[in-house]
Design a binder for this molecule. Structure first.
Ligand code: ADP
Ligand code: MG
Ligand code: MG
Length: 210
């Protein structure tokens, strides 16, 4: 079933819940190879996002909700991930402009635009040990599912599974972008925190029903 703007609101709420539940874990991961603030940054950001989305008028479109997520993340998260997630949601918002509801193709367009926004902003490639290692396989899996005529929920499930697997694959990598890149080989054996938060957002999307 096509996804309504209420679905986007529910996605935001579920994302905020997952980020809050994993705040300590994200802090722990960022302590290993960064400065330890990722869980705090994201939790602050998604709490603000929940409040802002709650203030939107009832007739706000999916694109309107995504735009509010973007602007709120940009103004509250800070660090490297704030502008990256902000850009992701801004591009996602633009990709589904004029859609009252999101069908499978629109869901794929939304995810691809988010990933492309992160890549154009941060210039990371797959294998650089960043959130791109979650997003790129997620988009690939979503595109593959769409080609198999998957439903919206199946597209999201495929994306979430691939994001989680992609995040796990950051463990043995040396980071080539962000703070972790200063560590060289000392980053080996640690999971990239931004890839974990990205997988949480995509898992939230897969869990919310239409
Ligand atoms: P900061 O490093 O400024 O403290 P955060 O801790 O909030 O910011 O976010 C760190 C995460 O941001 C990393 O785990 C990584 O996934 C992501 N990141 C950092 N630089 C880039 C980049 N150039 N491209 C994509 N993702 C990046
Ligand atoms: Mg940090
Ligand atoms: Mg920081």
């Amino acid at each position: 079933m096509a996804l309504s703007s209420q679905w986007v609101r529910d996605w935001v709420a579920r994302s905020a819940q997952h980020i809050s539940d994993n705040r300590t874990e994200l802090i722990r991961l960022d302590r290993e190879i960064g400065d330890g603030d990722h869980g705090e940054n994201m939790d602050r950001g998604f709490k603000a996002v929940s409040a802002k989305v709650g203030e939107l008028p009832a007739d706000a479109s999916p694109s309107d909700v995504l735009k509010t997520v973007a602007t709120t993340l940009i103004s509250t998260v800070g660090g490297a991930s704030g502008p990256l997630y902000g850009t992701a949601f801004l591009k996602a918002s633009q990709a589904v402009k004029d859609h009252a509801e999101l069908d499978s193709a629109a869901v794929v367009d939304m995810l691809r635009a988010a990933r492309d926004g992160i890549v154009s902003r941060g210039k990371a490639e797959v294998g650089d040990k960043t959130m791109v290692d979650a997003w790129s396989p997620a988009v690939q899996a979503a595109e593959d599912a769409l080609a198999q005529e998957a439903t919206e929920q199946q597209v999201l499930a495929a994306a979430a599974d691939a994001a989680k697997a992609g995040s796990e694959k950051t463990d043995p990598l040396i980071a080539r972008k962000g703070r972790a890149s200063y560590l060289g080989e000392r980053a080996i054996g640690h999971r990239d925190p931004g890839s974990v938060s990205s997988a949480l957002l995509l898992m939230a999307a897969a869990e919310v029903s239409a």
